[in-house]
Design a protein around this ligand. Structure first.
Ligand code: APR
Length: 261
Protein backbone atom coordinates (compact mmCIF):
# COMPACT_ATOMS: atom_id res chain seq x y z
CA UNK A 1 0.00 0.00 0.00
CA UNK A 2 1.20 3.50 -0.86
CA UNK A 3 1.78 5.68 2.22
CA UNK A 4 3.21 8.78 0.51
CA UNK A 5 1.57 12.05 1.56
CA UNK A 6 -1.51 12.67 -0.48
CA UNK A 7 -1.44 15.23 -3.20
CA UNK A 8 -4.51 17.33 -2.46
CA UNK A 9 -4.81 20.05 -5.12
CA UNK A 10 -5.96 23.52 -4.06
CA UNK A 11 -8.89 23.26 -6.47
CA UNK A 12 -10.11 20.16 -4.62
CA UNK A 13 -9.84 21.80 -1.20
CA UNK A 14 -11.65 24.89 -2.52
CA UNK A 15 -14.43 22.68 -3.94
CA UNK A 16 -14.87 21.08 -0.51
CA UNK A 17 -14.97 24.39 1.34
CA UNK A 18 -17.35 25.95 -1.15
CA UNK A 19 -19.69 22.97 -1.44
CA UNK A 20 -23.32 23.75 -0.72
CA UNK A 21 -24.90 20.46 -1.75
CA UNK A 22 -22.74 17.36 -1.34
CA UNK A 23 -23.53 13.74 -2.15
CA UNK A 24 -21.34 10.83 -1.08
CA UNK A 25 -21.70 7.36 -2.59
CA UNK A 26 -20.06 4.60 -0.59
CA UNK A 27 -19.41 0.93 -1.25
CA UNK A 28 -17.90 -1.99 0.58
CA UNK A 29 -14.40 -0.43 0.57
CA UNK A 30 -15.29 2.12 3.23
CA UNK A 31 -16.00 -0.69 5.68
CA UNK A 32 -12.89 -2.69 4.75
CA UNK A 33 -10.80 -1.07 7.51
CA UNK A 34 -13.51 -1.90 10.02
CA UNK A 35 -12.92 -5.55 9.20
CA UNK A 36 -15.93 -6.19 6.95
CA UNK A 37 -14.66 -8.04 3.86
CA UNK A 38 -15.56 -6.28 0.60
CA UNK A 39 -18.13 -8.01 -1.50
CA UNK A 40 -15.75 -9.22 -4.15
CA UNK A 41 -12.90 -10.10 -1.80
CA UNK A 42 -12.16 -13.78 -1.50
CA UNK A 43 -14.60 -15.35 0.90
CA UNK A 44 -12.99 -16.91 3.89
CA UNK A 45 -13.35 -19.99 6.03
CA UNK A 46 -16.52 -21.96 5.62
CA UNK A 47 -17.72 -19.78 2.80
CA UNK A 48 -14.55 -19.84 0.70
CA UNK A 49 -16.04 -22.06 -1.98
CA UNK A 50 -19.10 -19.89 -2.62
CA UNK A 51 -19.33 -16.81 -4.82
CA UNK A 52 -21.47 -13.98 -3.42
CA UNK A 53 -23.21 -13.76 -6.78
CA UNK A 54 -24.36 -17.35 -6.22
CA UNK A 55 -25.67 -16.72 -2.72
CA UNK A 56 -27.20 -13.26 -2.99
CA UNK A 57 -30.02 -14.00 -5.41
CA UNK A 58 -33.69 -14.96 -5.04
CA UNK A 59 -33.02 -18.15 -7.02
CA UNK A 60 -30.19 -19.15 -4.68
CA UNK A 61 -32.55 -18.62 -1.75
CA UNK A 62 -35.30 -20.69 -3.39
CA UNK A 63 -32.82 -23.46 -4.13
CA UNK A 64 -31.18 -23.51 -0.72
CA UNK A 65 -32.77 -21.12 1.79
CA UNK A 66 -30.86 -22.63 4.71
CA UNK A 67 -27.48 -21.98 3.07
CA UNK A 68 -28.33 -18.38 2.18
CA UNK A 69 -29.84 -17.63 5.61
CA UNK A 70 -26.75 -19.02 7.31
CA UNK A 71 -24.42 -16.96 5.10
CA UNK A 72 -26.27 -13.81 6.07
CA UNK A 73 -26.33 -14.86 9.73
CA UNK A 74 -22.53 -15.14 9.54
CA UNK A 75 -22.21 -11.74 7.85
CA UNK A 76 -24.63 -10.16 10.38
CA UNK A 77 -22.53 -11.51 13.22
CA UNK A 78 -19.35 -10.11 11.57
CA UNK A 79 -20.94 -6.69 11.14
CA UNK A 80 -22.20 -6.69 14.74
CA UNK A 81 -18.71 -7.28 16.07
CA UNK A 82 -16.95 -4.40 14.26
CA UNK A 83 -17.00 -0.62 14.69
CA UNK A 84 -17.10 2.32 12.28
CA UNK A 85 -13.62 3.53 11.24
CA UNK A 86 -12.10 7.02 10.73
CA UNK A 87 -13.40 7.04 7.14
CA UNK A 88 -16.99 6.81 8.39
CA UNK A 89 -16.20 9.48 11.00
CA UNK A 90 -14.77 11.85 8.38
CA UNK A 91 -18.05 11.66 6.44
CA UNK A 92 -19.91 12.66 9.63
CA UNK A 93 -17.63 15.71 9.76
CA UNK A 94 -18.38 16.63 6.15
CA UNK A 95 -22.10 16.41 6.93
CA UNK A 96 -21.56 18.96 9.72
CA UNK A 97 -19.80 21.36 7.36
CA UNK A 98 -21.79 21.30 4.13
CA UNK A 99 -25.29 22.84 4.25
CA UNK A 100 -27.02 20.06 2.26
CA UNK A 101 -25.58 16.60 2.51
CA UNK A 102 -26.77 13.19 1.37
CA UNK A 103 -24.93 9.96 1.98
CA UNK A 104 -25.94 7.20 -0.43
CA UNK A 105 -24.60 3.80 0.49
CA UNK A 106 -24.62 0.43 -1.20
CA UNK A 107 -23.56 -1.13 2.10
CA UNK A 108 -25.98 -3.09 4.23
CA UNK A 109 -23.82 -3.00 7.37
CA UNK A 110 -25.40 0.06 9.03
CA UNK A 111 -21.96 1.46 9.96
CA UNK A 112 -22.67 4.98 8.65
CA UNK A 113 -25.58 5.45 11.03
CA UNK A 114 -23.60 3.93 13.88
CA UNK A 115 -20.81 6.45 13.14
CA UNK A 116 -23.31 9.31 13.43
CA UNK A 117 -24.24 10.12 9.82
CA UNK A 118 -27.81 11.39 9.74
CA UNK A 119 -28.97 11.73 6.16
CA UNK A 120 -28.28 8.23 4.89
CA UNK A 121 -29.97 6.51 1.96
CA UNK A 122 -29.44 2.76 2.10
CA UNK A 123 -29.84 1.69 -1.51
CA UNK A 124 -29.34 -2.02 -0.87
CA UNK A 125 -31.18 -2.39 2.44
CA UNK A 126 -29.81 -3.31 5.84
CA UNK A 127 -28.62 -6.70 6.99
CA UNK A 128 -29.98 -6.16 10.50
CA UNK A 129 -33.58 -6.15 9.21
CA UNK A 130 -35.59 -9.19 8.23
CA UNK A 131 -38.55 -9.48 5.90
CA UNK A 132 -41.00 -12.03 4.58
CA UNK A 133 -39.78 -13.68 1.37
CA UNK A 134 -43.34 -14.00 0.03
CA UNK A 135 -45.07 -10.81 1.14
CA UNK A 136 -42.02 -8.52 1.21
CA UNK A 137 -43.01 -6.89 4.52
CA UNK A 138 -40.64 -6.22 7.40
CA UNK A 139 -40.85 -8.70 10.27
CA UNK A 140 -39.51 -7.71 13.68
CA UNK A 141 -40.20 -10.85 15.70
CA UNK A 142 -40.72 -14.52 15.03
CA UNK A 143 -40.72 -17.83 16.84
CA UNK A 144 -37.40 -19.59 16.98
CA UNK A 145 -38.42 -23.19 16.41
CA UNK A 146 -35.00 -24.31 15.25
CA UNK A 147 -36.12 -24.29 11.64
CA UNK A 148 -33.68 -22.48 9.32
CA UNK A 149 -34.67 -20.07 7.92
CA UNK A 150 -37.35 -19.19 10.43
CA UNK A 151 -40.93 -18.74 9.26
CA UNK A 152 -42.98 -15.56 8.88
CA UNK A 153 -45.42 -15.37 11.82
CA UNK A 154 -48.13 -13.99 9.48
CA UNK A 155 -48.05 -16.24 6.46
CA UNK A 156 -45.65 -19.08 7.27
CA UNK A 157 -43.32 -18.31 4.37
CA UNK A 158 -39.55 -18.16 4.87
CA UNK A 159 -37.93 -15.09 6.34
CA UNK A 160 -35.00 -13.45 4.53
CA UNK A 161 -32.69 -10.48 5.12
CA UNK A 162 -33.98 -7.07 4.02
CA UNK A 163 -31.25 -6.54 1.45
CA UNK A 164 -31.36 -6.09 -2.31
CA UNK A 165 -30.17 -9.20 -4.10
CA UNK A 166 -28.77 -9.51 -7.63
CA UNK A 167 -31.66 -9.35 -10.05
CA UNK A 168 -33.88 -7.39 -7.64
CA UNK A 169 -34.85 -3.77 -8.06
CA UNK A 170 -33.71 -1.08 -5.65
CA UNK A 171 -36.30 0.52 -3.36
CA UNK A 172 -37.73 3.08 -5.86
CA UNK A 173 -38.06 6.01 -3.44
CA UNK A 174 -34.52 5.51 -2.16
CA UNK A 175 -33.02 5.53 -5.63
CA UNK A 176 -35.17 8.47 -6.77
CA UNK A 177 -33.99 10.48 -3.75
CA UNK A 178 -30.36 9.58 -4.47
CA UNK A 179 -30.71 10.58 -8.13
CA UNK A 180 -32.39 13.88 -7.28
CA UNK A 181 -29.73 14.82 -4.72
CA UNK A 182 -27.03 13.86 -7.25
CA UNK A 183 -28.55 15.91 -10.07
CA UNK A 184 -28.60 18.93 -7.73
CA UNK A 185 -25.18 18.53 -6.09
CA UNK A 186 -22.04 20.61 -6.53
CA UNK A 187 -19.72 18.05 -4.90
CA UNK A 188 -19.85 14.27 -5.29
CA UNK A 189 -17.55 11.86 -3.46
CA UNK A 190 -17.38 8.26 -4.63
CA UNK A 191 -15.75 6.17 -1.91
CA UNK A 192 -14.76 2.51 -1.81
CA UNK A 193 -16.92 1.21 -4.61
CA UNK A 194 -15.86 -0.79 -7.64
CA UNK A 195 -18.33 1.40 -9.58
CA UNK A 196 -19.56 -1.49 -11.67
CA UNK A 197 -22.96 -2.35 -10.17
CA UNK A 198 -25.74 -0.28 -11.73
CA UNK A 199 -27.80 1.73 -11.14
CA UNK A 200 -25.65 3.10 -8.27
CA UNK A 201 -22.57 3.18 -10.53
CA UNK A 202 -24.38 5.67 -12.77
CA UNK A 203 -24.68 8.30 -10.03
CA UNK A 204 -21.16 9.80 -10.36
CA UNK A 205 -21.77 10.23 -14.09
CA UNK A 206 -25.05 12.02 -13.36
CA UNK A 207 -23.05 14.31 -11.05
CA UNK A 208 -20.45 14.96 -13.77
CA UNK A 209 -23.20 15.86 -16.25
CA UNK A 210 -24.64 18.25 -13.64
CA UNK A 211 -21.26 20.02 -13.48
CA UNK A 212 -20.32 18.84 -9.98
CA UNK A 213 -16.76 18.24 -8.80
CA UNK A 214 -16.46 14.44 -8.62
CA UNK A 215 -13.86 13.00 -6.26
CA UNK A 216 -13.04 9.30 -6.15
CA UNK A 217 -11.39 7.69 -3.11
CA UNK A 218 -10.19 4.16 -3.79
CA UNK A 219 -6.85 2.31 -3.57
CA UNK A 220 -7.56 0.81 -7.02
CA UNK A 221 -8.56 2.25 -10.37
CA UNK A 222 -12.21 1.80 -11.37
CA UNK A 223 -14.25 2.61 -14.48
CA UNK A 224 -14.87 6.03 -12.89
CA UNK A 225 -11.21 6.94 -12.30
CA UNK A 226 -10.47 8.38 -15.73
CA UNK A 227 -13.60 10.56 -15.59
CA UNK A 228 -13.37 11.84 -12.00
CA UNK A 229 -12.34 15.46 -11.44
CA UNK A 230 -9.93 14.20 -8.75
CA UNK A 231 -9.00 10.56 -8.09
CA UNK A 232 -7.34 9.96 -4.71
CA UNK A 233 -5.61 6.60 -4.54
CA UNK A 234 -5.62 5.19 -1.05
CA UNK A 235 -7.68 3.58 1.69
CA UNK A 236 -10.64 5.69 2.79
CA UNK A 237 -9.83 5.50 6.53
CA UNK A 238 -6.67 7.49 5.72
CA UNK A 239 -7.69 9.59 2.74
CA UNK A 240 -11.02 10.93 4.05
CA UNK A 241 -9.70 12.21 7.41
CA UNK A 242 -6.72 13.78 5.56
CA UNK A 243 -9.13 15.49 3.19
CA UNK A 244 -11.29 16.87 6.00
CA UNK A 245 -8.25 18.10 7.95
CA UNK A 246 -6.74 19.78 4.86
CA UNK A 247 -10.01 21.50 3.96
CA UNK A 248 -11.33 22.48 7.38
CA UNK A 249 -8.74 21.78 10.08
CA UNK A 250 -8.52 19.20 12.87
CA UNK A 251 -11.34 16.70 13.35
CA UNK A 252 -12.93 16.85 16.83
CA UNK A 253 -12.85 13.46 18.47
CA UNK A 254 -15.93 13.75 20.68
CA UNK A 255 -17.84 10.48 20.98
CA UNK A 256 -21.03 12.45 20.31
CA UNK A 257 -19.75 12.89 16.79
CA UNK A 258 -19.26 9.18 16.52
CA UNK A 259 -15.51 9.26 16.01
CA UNK A 260 -13.98 5.83 16.46
CA UNK A 261 -10.37 4.88 16.14
N1 APR B 1 -10.72 2.10 1.14
C1 APR B 1 -11.41 2.45 0.04
N2 APR B 1 -11.75 1.56 -0.92
C2 APR B 1 -11.35 0.30 -0.77
C3 APR B 1 -10.62 -0.15 0.35
C4 APR B 1 -10.31 0.84 1.35
N3 APR B 1 -9.62 0.51 2.44
N4 APR B 1 -10.38 -1.47 0.23
C5 APR B 1 -10.94 -1.84 -0.94
N5 APR B 1 -11.53 -0.78 -1.56
C6 APR B 1 -12.24 -0.72 -2.82
C7 APR B 1 -11.84 -1.76 -3.84
O1 APR B 1 -10.73 -1.31 -4.59
C8 APR B 1 -13.11 -1.87 -4.68
O2 APR B 1 -13.10 -0.92 -5.72
O3 APR B 1 -13.60 -1.00 -2.53
C9 APR B 1 -14.22 -1.53 -3.68
C10 APR B 1 -15.08 -2.70 -3.24
O4 APR B 1 -15.76 -3.17 -4.35
P1 APR B 1 -16.94 -4.25 -4.24
O5 APR B 1 -16.51 -5.36 -3.33
O6 APR B 1 -17.34 -4.55 -5.63
O7 APR B 1 -18.07 -3.49 -3.45
P2 APR B 1 -19.16 -2.48 -3.96
O8 APR B 1 -18.64 -1.57 -5.02
O9 APR B 1 -19.76 -1.89 -2.76
O10 APR B 1 -20.22 -3.44 -4.62
C11 APR B 1 -21.42 -2.89 -5.04
O11 APR B 1 -22.44 -4.91 -5.57
O12 APR B 1 -22.68 -7.07 -5.20
C12 APR B 1 -23.28 -5.87 -5.05
O13 APR B 1 -24.88 -5.34 -3.45
C13 APR B 1 -23.51 -5.57 -3.59
O14 APR B 1 -23.44 -3.43 -2.55
C14 APR B 1 -22.72 -4.32 -3.36
C15 APR B 1 -22.57 -3.78 -4.77
Amino acid sequence: MDHRPLNLPDALLAALRQARRAVVLTGAGISAESGVPTFRDAQTGLWASFKPEELATPDAFRRNPKLVWEWYAWRRQRVGSVAPNPGHAALVEIEHRVPEFTLVTQNVDGLHKRAGSRRVIELHGNISRTKCFKEDVLVGQWNETGEVPPRCPRCGSWLRPDVVWFGETLPPEAFAAAEQATADCDLFLCVGTSAVVYPAAGLPFTALRAGATVVEVNPEATPLTAHATHALRGPSAQVLPALVRAAWGPIPSSPARGTHS
